[in-house]
Design a protein around this ligand. Structure first.
Ligand code: CMC
Length: 374
């Protein structure tokens, strides 16, 4: 009997159709609902991109106005969510905090069991609007700072930064943050989105799907890579001689066959379509904060890695240092990714629900032959 082919890690397997985004590794391009992500980043806000992902079309001015007004009215955390976050130990990873908060919010959501597109959009919107408050609340508590309430006169990204740092940074910083949110918003059937679709395929609810997706995103082979990049930078150390130290670090790491986080991709083999835009945003920040040392390390590590392995950076490589420059704690990087990707997850949850088939693959058993109890 022929053995079935095993597609380990589902590599190369096409499991369904999607209209949300298109990744083309041959041309290094990424389209959200048909629009190149670079064009969206240059001309549209994160709110417009969220609307596009959820509704399939960009909003008119009136639709955008209403969407923004709704999002801004939903930003506050309930006392119960704050209390639960306060109860969590400081040793908990911020991704665990976000996951717990989402679970709690889900248990209290009035539409929890309604899986209609409108209800899923409403649930996604409520969750997305509260995400900056959760992430900022947790970063501030870890630093012994009082929480800051949201401001309804600010856009999503400006408010996110305001709630974290207590002031709205200059426009270049807000724009760079907004670009990162757009870049992170959606990426077809990546591990966390697929997790959300698997959970949705059992006819479970949006908050369960998002909670699972957060778990998948946390790992360093996926979203956790942006945090891991900063740990690498810390290990190598900034400042004079960073280039030489990066060389030595790479030699040791690759000789030990350890992965260099922030490099490589399952789908893109000739470079991640999102990197050039995010790298430009990083360079703007480097100039704004006058931190050429950070760019020097960034470039030496990239050059060394590419020379040795031919493996190119992915989006997490420029975004990690960008969040560092903005002042975010390293542990907060992946929760920011959650706030961005929640838009893509919600679009996929709606799509999966609309044309559902239970996702249930097969396995090839290679355990004991049949045996019997004595
Ligand atoms: N550092 C060192 N070697 C690598 C790396 C890396 N970052 N990426 C791939 N390789 C090597 C790997 O060791 C393997 O070598 P060999 O064939 O000799 O065993 C070969 O390249 C193929 O790698 P793979 O892991 O089998 O390929 P994959 O398609 O499963 O990997 C990946 C994709 C993203 C898991 C992998 O490139 C990786 O682990 N990268 C580091 C983690 C990372 O940056 N993740 C973020 C992904 S993109 C954005 C996101 O989701 O947040």
């Amino acid at each position: 009997q022929n053995e079935p082919t095993i597609y380990k890690g589902l590599a190369g397997v096409v499991v369904d159709r999607t209209q949300v985004s298109k990744v083309n590794p041959d041309t290094n391009s990424l389209l959200y609902r048909g629009y190149p992500v670079q064009e969206l980043a240059a001309q549209k806000s994160f709110e417009e991109v969220a609307y596009l992902l959820w509704h399939g079309e960009l909003p008119t001015d009136a639709e955008l106005g209403e969407f923004e007004e709704q999002e801004r009215s939903l930003r506050h955390l309930t006392p119960a969510v704050k209390r639960v976050i306060d109860e969590l130990p400081m040793t908990a990873h911020p991704m665990d905090v976000v996951r717990t908060a989402v679970s709690l919010i889900g248990a209290n959501d009035p539409d929890a069991a309604d899986a209609s597109p409108a209800a899923n959009r409403a649930k996604g919107l409520r969750l997305w609007a509260q995400m900056p408050a959760i992430v900022a609340y947790d970063q501030r508590r870890r630093n012994g700072l009082e929480p800051i309430e949201p401001r309804s006169d600010l856009g999503y990204s400006a408010n996110f930064l305001f709630m974290t740092f207590g002031e709205v940074p200059e426009l270049v910083v807000v724009n760079a943050f907004d670009v990162s949110m757009i870049m992170y918003a959606e990426h077809s059937f990546n591990a966390s989105t697929f997790t959300a679709r698997v959970i949705t395929s059992t006819m479970s609810d949006l908050h369960s799907a998002v909670t699972g997706a957060i778990g998948a995103l946390k790992g360093p082979l996926h979203g956790g890579a942006n945090e891991a990049v900063m740990h690498i930078f810390d290990e190598i150390g900034l400042g004079l001689g960073a280039g030489e130290r990066a060389e030595a670090w790479l030699n040791e790491t690759l000789a030990a066959r350890r992965k260099v986080m922030g490099f490589g991709h399952r789908v893109y083999k000739h470079g991640d379509s999102r990197v050039p835009t995010m790298r430009t945003a990083l360079v703007t920040l480097v100039e704004h904060y006058d931190r050429p040392d950070l760019l020097e390390l960034y470039e030496s590590l990239e050059a060394g890695m590419t020379k040795r392995t031919g493996i190119l950076p992915n989006l997490d490589y420029p975004s990690g240092p960008a969040y560092n420059l903005m002042g975010f704690d390293t542990l907060t990087f992946t929760p920011i990714f959650v706030a961005a990707r929640l838009t893509g997850w919600t679009a996929h949850i709606i799509e999966q629900t609309a044309s559902n088939a239970l996702i249930r693959p097969l396995s090839l058993y290679n355990g004991h032959e049949e045996r019997h109890l004595a």
